[in-house]
Design a protein around this ligand. Sequence first.
Ligand code: BG6
Length: 256
Amino acid sequence: TVMKEVFDTQSMEEELQVHLGIEEVHIVPGDSDVHGWVKKELGRTAVGVVKQRLQPSGNIIAVTGGTSIAAVAEMLVPDSDLKEALFVPARGGLGEQVENQANTICATMARKAMGSYRLLHVPDQLSREAYDSLINEPSVQSILKLIHSATMVIHGIGDAQTMAERRSTSPEVLEKLRRKKAIAEAFGYYFNAEGEIVHKVLTIGLQLEDLEHTDAILAVAGGASKAEAVEAYMKKAPAQVLVTDEGAAKRMLRRN
Ligand code: BG6
């Protein structure tokens, strides 16, 4: 019956919360690896969390790229609280296609929510020299200030191999990721099974340690293929809320 299903989801959410050691877990039915509509449900549920966690004023929402966060953007609707929100991309160029970039998603979110946004125009694959000079640009400095004072961060989590392949990752870095047994990726950081950072894409923006000062952190990641990645990332990550799906949840809890 429907009641039984509702109950089961709730107990699985509690179990997963304990398993991952985080504050809040939401599980939507289905597996987004198998059915595209499940990702939309991830987005819908995430929007609910975003609204719950808004501050009375001064909301600065930093977002990453990826198809999961794009689904969150698609589900946003105008809301009086969101109208005053400012959306910013969490980090600069990570080698993603335009539709998967944080800048694109950030602009879509602001449009859908009727809020405002600022973009961070930083090329991918920065050399140390380019990084050092860009970081001192006044325009970059002013958006960095906003990113660092984000009141909420919404981010995706990816399987390391999948993400490295999706981005234009050099053979040297691919080899390093293999050697260091990278399992998960988030924000352009790669992690091993213990949740330790094994590689980081050099770009400007939010650094992992900045999350310690963020009031609300929401991770959105589903699909059974991401189970190991989500578990690895959550070992050390300061994420508070995870929105995931049944496919990923069951595999994390060894139910399939
Ligand atoms: C990227 C984020 O854009 O999306 C990554 O920067 C994340 O941190 C990835 O791992 C997840 O992508 P998707 O498409 O699986 O949601």
